[in-house]
Design a protein around this ligand. Sequence first.
Ligand SMILES: [Zn+2]
Length: 83
Amino acid sequence: MMNHDCEPTAVVDYPHGNFTAEVRTLRECVPGEAVTISYDGSGLAVNARREALRRYGFECNCRKCASEGMSGLAKDATRTKEN
Ligand SMILES: [Zn+2]
C-alpha cells in the first residue's frame, strides 16, 4: 500500500487485468523521497478532493491541499472584506 498525495510521484496500473500492479513514476524522484499515488479526486478543487478522500479515513494535508487551502482561506478573507 502506498500513501496518497494529490500531486503523486507515481501511478498504479493493472495492465494485465489481474491483481498484478504496475507502478510507474511520473517524474524523477530524489533518493529517500516517498513514492505516492493519488487515491481519488485528482482534478477536483481542494474541498471536493478532501471530501472524496474522506472515505479512506483521513483528511489530506499534502503540499497541494495546504497551498490550495491557504488560497481558499485568502479568498474567503477577501470576500468577507468586500461584504
Ligand atoms: Zn492533498
